[in-house]
Design a protein around this ligand. Structure first.
Ligand code: NAD
Length: 514
């Protein structure tokens, strides 16, 4: 039973699907693990660390994939890249199937069993496998960090001998997993936080984190939650009322973090150009829904822009901007699922095709697209495997230069902001709370318990990255210079200037090696 891990080919994707910790556990289950050389560098994991865990290092992706029974991945690989895997091999990751039906059909044609972790049911047993939660939680945190970095004032109230500085006002739109973590993070940084959501259950959760809840609480609002806990598409009438209420509120905010999503649909448009123009210059908006089209009219997915002095951050893979932590949690999500697919006594694959977790997540099997959400794509439309687009060889910059595929374990994600500030938080209404971790997986993953990489390791990482990617250039961190202009009053059509996204934060990460 061979498991393969290859370096992610999507530009800017620095996460990796397995860590030395999870590799060791996969090997204990009876697998042999082959890791492509340099696969972990974007997350500061060196090849020798995988080797020490028992993996073998393959010189190329093809060599790692050859004969693999399971391929663990962050993003959806091309069908062409999987030519050498075993027939029917499981390809498990954030496959982002919506809008990518032709690629899914190509995976079916390639004979692999594609498993989309985004479809993991939100039930007790599967919480430890919930990539949307683990990654959205990080996106919510990182979104606030990005905002604070762009914001040219302090977030907390400062009482000094030279006088008092008022705290920043932060508004979070969408109080799901990412939003709740954004609220908690902004509170920790000292901002005065308010939030909105269309689900009534969010009100208590927002308040429990010390935020003020702002919403049109009419009859439609009272029924705006599906049985699965997700938001429903709201009527045009409700959206207009919501826009009226939030428009006045937004004008007084310094920082706005938007996270609103509706599964399987484009992100709802919540902030218009006029609302952006109502904000004071120097304000910052982070659109965590950028990958799904954005909650902000002016968002440019993958870019940081400035409009009338307001910075709008549209990164499409925000959790990928803290790849080391994101990989650690993502890899554990995958390990927990793979553990259910293996007979540890016999040390072989033993997939129960009737298991609800398997049924919910398998997209393709035996040459066909089998997931009920995806209508069969006519054979003529399937991209021939041989001409599938070659992807960049290495994760390029840690800042997205273009829109990445939709909601990967990324801009969405879903684990309640479990760590609330002072007050006891009301944790998002999970139908049921896990009592026990899946076999072989720790239930809670206290990030603080992880040892920080030693200076020696950092140096070694840098060195290894430099060897693999001699062409890599580290761009300096950049704050948009125009951010402080307060009197620009150009015509609307010309006032939005696309600025270079902030520079790579992880100098050691491989960048754009070919
Ligand atoms: P999501 O990523 O799909 O959406 C983010 C948030 O945007 C949601 O809270 C949604 O209500 C909100 N939203 C949608 N349209 C909006 C609009 N027009 N205005 C304002 N807000 C809008 O959601 P999520 O983060 O996956 O969370 C969905 C729910 O699932 C939450 O209640 C979460 O706590 C719950 N959850 C349950 C489990 C479980 O295992 N049972 C696991 C994770 C999350």
């Amino acid at each position: 039973m061979k498991i393969a891990i290859v370096r992610e080919r999507i530009e800017g994707e620095n996460r990796v699907a397995a860590t030395p910790e999870t590799v060791g556990k996969l090997i204990a289950l009876g697998a042999s693990v082959s890791v492509e050389k340099g696969a972990g560098l974007g997350s500061r994991i060196l090849d020798p660390e995988y080797t020490a865990a028992g993996a073998s290092i393959a010189a190329s992706a093809d060599a790692a994939l050859k004969g693999a029974d399971i391929v663990l991945t962050v993003r959806r690989p091309s069908a062409a890249s999987l030519a050498g895997v075993a027939n029917g091999a499981l390809v498990i990751g954030a496959l982002d199937p919506y809008g990518n039906e032709k690629d899914v059909a190509a995976l079916a044609k390639a004979g692999v069993t594609a498993v989309s972790m985004e479809f993991m049911p939100r039930i007790t047993r599967a919480q430890v496998m919930d990539i949307l939660s683990s990654q959205a939680n990080l996106a919510g945190y990182q979104g606030v960090v990005e905002a604070a970095a762009q914001f040219d004032r302090a977030l907390p109230m400062m009482m000094t001998a030279a006088g008092t500085v008022r705290p920043a006002k932060a508004f979070v739109m969408g109080a799901g997993v990412a939003g709740l973590q954004a609220i908690a993070t902004a509170k920790r940084l000292g901002a005065v936080v308010s939030a909105t959501d269309v689900r009534p259950a969010a009100k208590e959760q927002v308040e429990s984190l010390g935020g003020k809840f702002i919403a049109v609480e009419d009859d439609e609002f009272k029924q705006a939650e599906t049985a699965g806990g997700y938001a429903k598409q709201m009527s045009a009438e409700y959206q207009a009322k919501q826009a009226d209420l939030t428009a006045q509120h937004i004008a007084k905010q310094d920082i706005v973090i938007t996270t609103a999503l509706i599964p399987g649909r484009p992100a709802p448009r919540l902030i218009t150009k006029a609302m952006v123009e109502s904000m004071a210059p120097g304000s910052v908006i982070v659109d965590l829904a950028a990958e799904r089209g954005g909650n902000v009219e002016l968002t440019v997915p993958g870019k940081v822009i400035e409009h009338n002095g307001v910075t709008i951050i549209g990164y499409t893979n925000v959790q990928g901007r803290i790849p080391t932590t994101a990989s650690q949690l993502y890899a554990r999500n995958l390990l927990a699922f793979v553990t259910t697919l293996i007979d540890a006594k016999e040390k072989k694959l033993a997939v129960n095709w009737d298991d609800e977790l398997v049924k919910a997540t398998v997209l393709t099997r035996d040459g066909k697209v089998v997931h009920p959400n995806f209508a069969a794509v006519p054979a003529a439309e399937i991209k021939p495997v041989a001409v599938a687009k070659a992807a960049p060889k290495a994760p390029a910059k840690s800042v997205e230069a273009k829109a990445a595929p939709a909601k990967t374990g990324a801009a969405s994600a879903k684990k309640p902001a479990a760590k609330a500030p002072a007050k006891k938080p009301v944790v998002p209404a999970m139908a049921d709370t896990p009592k026990k971790a899946a076999p072989g997986v720790e239930q809670s993953i206290p990030a603080a318990a992880e040892a920080a990489p030693s200076p020696a390791k950092r140096a070694a990482t840098k060195k290894a990255a430099a060897v693999i990617d001699t062409a890599a250039k580290v761009a300096p961190a950049k704050k948009p210079a125009a951010a402080k202009k307060t009197t620009v009053a150009k015509p609307a059509a010309t006032t939005s200037a696309v600025t270079k996204p902030a520079a790579a934060k992880k100098p050691a990460s491989p960048k754009g090696a070919k």
